[in-house]
Design a protein around this ligand. Structure first.
Ligand code: ADE
Length: 400
């Protein structure tokens, strides 16, 4: 299976670079070695970086190459951690069942998979699942992100180059510009696009046929999709936060791939602090691995994991500095709420969209935050966790 990422570092960066605005920068997908012919990515192995003359400062272009090579290396490492097949994928039981049936049925008919919309908080495995679908179907997966599809020709270029059955993955699909979205409608429905040739009075519209393909859209905000786009997906599936036993299994699997020794209770301790999210679990494991290596501590057990993660400001339920500041602000400055999202954003200096899409879902999930028509409320569990006594008025607010 070839993975062709239009996030490729060899292409001009889109003006609204996904990694610049999105917390998902760790999710960028790199290239397997067999894909080298289709993308001219600078290869990091052997390194394209020439040894520097020690007396000369590195040039701007060398710095860029270094950054690219480091990025590529990181992407390759991320790739190694992704499960490759449905059978290796831990968690999301009902999603796997649904997709397993869809794959078998499509293969039985010799057709591509139906278009699929995956939604849920960041880091739960939307990109991974798309790559797995392509692997199971024996096709390529082309990966892009809506902010990279600014101009009609960006999406047209991708669509006309798809091979029969290919998967086209569009991340953050709720951010597609209107013109791009409208090109997708006939592409999804009839596997054709309407292109306008010429200008003014001589302009003519021609219908261009496409190969039958599968669009996998991913979003953290399913409600922000227009209904014509949403309605064109045959399957709409939500990814849920992972249970502790699933995160523990993921951490043990990753530790094995990274040749890092971790005990069951060490993995559980990391899992408890991973906000129900595999991407965070793997990130925390790497930070604890650094800690153990530098302190020459041997294998990761519960006490070591806890000590390391306290150092990295990740508390026993996975809250970080921003979560705690947000909740503390709500409690101290707004009596626990209700407080509007924009007010909270202004008070904390965080971006409203980041609060809504990154921080809130987990706080809602663990019952620390509630959304009401009048605004957000810090729930009694949050008061308690942060060492405050929740007043009775707060309890009655939640029950009203
Ligand atoms: N690594 C990250 N997510 C994973 C998952 N769901 N299953 C196995 N390994 C993973």
């Amino acid at each position: 299976m070839a993975i062709i990422s239009s996030k490729s570092s060899s292409q001009p960066k889109p003006s609204a670079a996904p990694t610049a605005e999105s917390p998902k920068s760790a999710g960028a997908v790199g290239q397997p070695p067999d894909d080298a012919s289709s993308q001219q990515q600078p290869s990091a192995s052997p390194s394209p970086i020439q040894p520097q003359n020690a007396s000369e400062p590195p040039s701007a272009s060398t710095k860029l190459l270094e950054a690219d090579a480091q990025g590529d290396e990181k992407e390759r490492q991320e790739e190694r951690l992704r499960p490759q097949r449905l059978a290796d994928y831990i968690g999301q039981k009902s999603l796997k069942e649904v997709l397993g049936i869809a794959i078998q049925a499509a293969q039985g008919r010799g057709e591509p998979l139906d278009h699929l919309l995956l939604y849920g908080p960041p880091g739960l495995g939307k990109t991974t699942m798309s790559l797995i679908l392509a692997a199971e179907m024996g096709v390529s997966c082309k990966i892009t992100s809506a902010p990279a599809l600014e101009r009609p020709r960006d999406i047209v270029g991708l669509l006309v180059n798809l091979q029969a059955g290919d998967v086209l993955f569009i991340d953050e699909i709720h951010r597609l510009p209107r013109v791009t979205e409208e090109i997708l409608y006939p592409a999804m429905e009839d596997f054709r696009i309407d292109v306008t040739i010429g200008k003014g009075q001589s302009a003519r519209t021609r219908s261009v046929g496409l190969q039958r393909f599968t669009l996998v859209g991913a979003t953290t905000k399913v409600g922000a999709l227009t209904s014509p786009l949403r309605d064109r997906f045959g399957l709409i599936q939500r990814l849920r936060f992972y249970e502790l036993d699933e995160l523990t299994a993921i951490i043990l699997r990753t530790a094995e791939i990274l040749s890092t020794k971790v005990t069951q209770d060490g993995a559980e301790e990391i899992g408890r602090r991973a906000r129900g999210t595999p991407r965070i679990a793997n990130r925390l494991l790497k930070r604890v691995r650094d800690f153990v290596q530098v302190k020459k501590l041997g294998e990761i057990n519960q006490a070591i994991a806890a000590e390391a993660l306290e150092l990295f400001n990740v508390d026993p339920v996975g809250l970080d500095w921003t979560d705690r500041r947000m909740l503390t602000m709500m409690i101290e400055n707004f009596g626990g709420g209700p407080v509007g999202l924009d007010t909270l954003a202004a008070a904390t200096g965080e971006d409203a969209q980041t609060i809504e899409e990154v921080y809130e879902p987990y706080l809602l999930q663990i019952g620390y935050l509630q959304r009401t028509p009048r605004g957000r409320i810090a729930a009694p569990a949050a008061w308690q966790h942060l060492g405050y006594d929740a007043p009775d008025s707060q309890l009655s607010l939640l029950n009203s």
